[in-house]
Design a protein around this ligand. Sequence first.
Ligand code: PGA
Length: 244
Amino acid sequence: MKKLIIANWKMQLNYRESLNLATKFKTVLKNKKSDIVICPDYLALPRVAEILKNSSLKLGAQDSSVSNRGTYTGEVSPLNLKDLGVRYVILGHSERRLHFHETALIVNEKAKAALCLGLIPIVCIGERLSEKEAGSTKKYLETELRRSLKDIKLRRATDLIIAYEPVWAISGQQFAHPLLAAEAQKLHIFIKNKAEKILGHKVKVLYGGSVNSNNANNFLSQTEVDGLLVGGAALNLKSFQAIC
Ligand code: PGA
């Protein structure tokens, strides 16, 4: 099965840089073995959508609102994202939980709103260092899955994706380092089994956190790692090309 590689550009590029990188990705990432999704920031989305038109690269957003329309100053409607050609939305990234106090309840509402429109939510979950050190990773993941996926029943397994990103592994965190690939394999099995009970289907689970061109293959060679969510290394043409 093809692996899915998601580039999460976060807020790391200015407008021009986003367009330049999207143009380069389009040329260089043709005929790759993986499916590739690019998630630029909102401002760059419309132009990046035009750049990626008629290419095999798909478009994703880094978040979306719980509502399609209304008096929600500053929010971005999933309906408008869909109109732009966005196929995937990252939801509940740990940076949104940390800096913008996003809870599993909000993630759940956003995922339902996206699913209603046929957008594919990429629901992020991952334990913090404190949970890891307390030995409560699995307990935390299970609770997060139950809350974030509450009352969601999928029609098809491909309608939703989970990204497992241990918060302590994401670059930018102090002493961030990737999880061991064998550990990712075990936790992906755990997540898939728990999520299947809720969703009614076995969904794809991606790994994220300090992935780079040197370690990507360790993860991708694990049978239960269905792909990668890449931050820092997706800002560099050569490294992202190597990962894909
Ligand atoms: P990183 O980010 O690859 O830079 O660690 C991953 C993410 O935050 O999605």
